[in-house]
Design a protein around this ligand. Structure first.
Ligand code: FES
Length: 311
């Protein structure tokens, strides 16, 4: 009982500090530290080793498609992190608000540990195609999550058969709160990767809509099987004549924004030259990851010998 009371007091002190930080802005030094992580070139050697370990295990198209989230229409990783982080956070709340129910907290931690495994797999699958600063920050994010997972596993074990022994249960709680602290820091890095460095976002998301028919060039210049890039308004459109029809899709790859035009055109698909995402020319859907979002397609018509496109 005394132990529970002490625990509750330390938690409310922590909550007060978090509130104070969120009332202002995170110090600029936090951003500087993240930038510094991104410049730690000696991490590249470790990153190369991890890449060598991960790539062959996720490269098979069905595995890569599943982990990237092709079936979902966008990245799988953020959705899985919600399950893991949600379970661990809920366990912390049970510890604080319902300390007489340690078994519930333990079950939540168990659920978090189980969901952490596919979360890590999807994250690593996304990570193998990023470079430079994002790759190094992603590596530290992954390492931090591994430490958090270790702490939660330790907590789970301490709360097990021995949960009736007061000292062990206390250790289990300390481990899980340390894990939560590490998780908060690595979650911040994950947010930085997505929302500042644009890892995992659909790079065609900000393409303006073509509300009206826009001229995209002469129809006769596009022979069967040929492709060309045209500017239609503010959008770069990739035009392909396939089985007599003209197909128009965004030239910027939804995965990381590289141009599709220099890619490979075969079997009614285009394959991005950068990381090998393959899109159907019929409707732009992803045939092969790492892209998870379909490539935007445009409607096409031929008018007075000219190609016109619109959204
Ligand atoms: S930019 Fe990565 S597959 Fe196209």
């Amino acid at each position: 009982m005394i132990h529970d009371e002490r625990f509750r007091r330390s938690w409310s002190g922590y909550a007060r500090r978090v509130t104070r930080i969120s009332a202002g802005q995170l110090p600029k030094t936090v951003r500087d530290q993240i930038d510094r992580i991104g410049q730690l070139k000696h991490l590249d050697r470790v990153a190369d080793q991890v890449d060598k370990l991960v790539r062959p295990r996720v490269e098979a198209p069905p595995v890569r498609n599943a982990l990237s989230g092709v079936w979902l229409g966008h990245r799988l990783h953020p959705m899985l992190t919600d399950i893991a982080v949600g379970s661990f956070t809920s366990a912390a709340l049970v510890d604080v608000m319902a300390p007489r129910h340690p078994k519930i907290a333990r079950r939540l931690i168990g659920a978090g540990i189980v969901s952490a495994l596919p979360t890590a797999a999807s994250g690593l699958s996304d990570w193998i195609d990023v470079y430079g600063d994002a790759r190094r920050i992603g590596l530290v994010h992954a390492a931090g999550n591994s430490i958090a997972l270790g702490l939660y596993t330790r907590s789970f074990l301490h709360r097990g058969k021995l949960h009736r022994v007061r000292g062990r249960r206390g250790r289990g709680r300390v481990s899980s709160f340390l894990g939560l602290g590490v998780l908060a820091a690595t979650g911040y890095l994950g947010g930085h990767l997505s929302y500042v460095l644009g890892v995992g976002v659909d790079h065609t998301g900000f393409h303006p809509k073509l509300e009206e028919w826009v001229d995209a060039g002469a129809a006769e210049e596009l022979s069967e099987g040929a492709h060309t890039v045209a500017r239609a308004g503010e959008v770069e459109v990739l035009l392909v004549r396939h089985n007599g029809d003209i197909k128009a899709l965004a030239n910027r790859c939804s995965h990381a924004g590289w141009p599709l035009a220099p890619g490979k055109f075969e079997n009614g698909c285009v394959t991005c030259p950068m990381h090998g995402s393959t899109f159907s020319l019929e409707d732009g859907h992803v045939i092969r990851a790492p892209a998870a979002s379909s490539q935007p397609m445009y409607r096409v018509r031929e008018h007075n010998g000219r190609i016109e496109v619109r959204s």
